[in-house]
Design a protein around this ligand. Structure first.
Ligand code: ADP
Ligand code: ADP
Ligand code: ZN
Length: 216
């Protein structure tokens, strides 16, 4: 199963991807996570990406295409993978087609999560994650079972993303509508698009996603 999760920042792509990982055992390939890891590690790519990410703009197609192409060659991607936050431009979508064709693979489905802007801003403003394992939480909508302790790994250290602030979020939404939303029509035309109401609560969205995946 090879799928793409498509949607604006804060739509719930990472949250749903994590649940698909648990159920189907295929890896989540988040370009955002990979770029943040590169920034953290201080690599050449990380140095080039940092300012762009802090401004809410897109890292170059060339960089992200190369990262994904290399990543999907890893053995854990053999039975499939979830692309989370990639592709984000038409150039990246064409590159994805080409990468898959060259490797003799096909795309199973593209699931679009639809969420209103006001809700996206609210979600991103309340987002934080475990500093150790990366599990994602929300100030009101997804608190750890035991206050201050990560459900998954027990860590007591949490962090917030520097780009999850209202100003950068405005820029990220503009970039989404301009650069990424054309992918909805692109995949619709290929008969690959399924849209889900991402405004519903997390479990409900998961049910909708699973209904789509179970029919593949
Ligand atoms: P969100 O989960 O809020 O949608 P991501 O973690 O996917 O955000 O991305 C964070 C930032 O990383 C983006 O604003 C952008 O700067 C960069 N980035 C992530 N994926 C891509 C991509 N496919 N193309 C270009 N830039 C990307
Ligand atoms: P994305 O990867 O698309 O940027 P996330 O999965 O990181 O989005 O979710 C953004 C924030 O919203 C997180 O704090 C998450 O806990 C929360 N969240 C995710 N899905 C929902 C939902 N269906 N309802 C309410 N909050 C949600
Ligand atoms: Zn944790």
């Amino acid at each position: 199963m090879r799928l793409i999760l498509l949607g604006p920042p804060g739509a719930g792509k990472g949250t749903q991807a994590q649940r698909i990982v648990e159920k189907y055992g295929i890896p989540q390939l988040s370009t955002g996570d990979m770029l943040r890891a590169a920034v953290q590690a201080g690599t050449e790519v990380g140095k080039r990406a940092k300012a762009v990410m802090d401004a809410g703009k897109l890292v170059s197609d060339e960089i992200v295409n190369a990262i994904v192409s290399e990543r999907i060659d890893q053995p854990d991607c053999e039975n499939g993978f979830i692309l989370d936050g990639f592709p984000r431009t038409l150039v990246q979508a064409d590159a994805t087609e080409e990468m898959l064709r060259a490797k003799g693979l096909d795309l199973s489905v593209v699931i679009e999560l639809k969420v209103d802007d006001a809700e996206l801003v609210r979600r991103v403003a309340g987002r934080y994650s475990c500093a150790q394992c990366g599990s994602v939480y929300h100030d009101t909508d997804k608190r750890p079972v035991q206050e201050g302790v990560c459900d998954k790994c027990g860590s007591t250290h949490f962090k917030r993303r520097p780009d999850d602030n209202p100003e950068t979020m405005t820029a990220r939404l503009q970039v989404y509508y301009k650069e990424t939303s054309p992918l909805i029509g692109y995949y619709h035309a290929k008969g690959k698009l399924r849209s889900v109401d991402g405004m519903a609560d997390m479990d409900h969205v998961t049910q909708e996603v699973e209904a789509i995946l179970s029919k593949l």
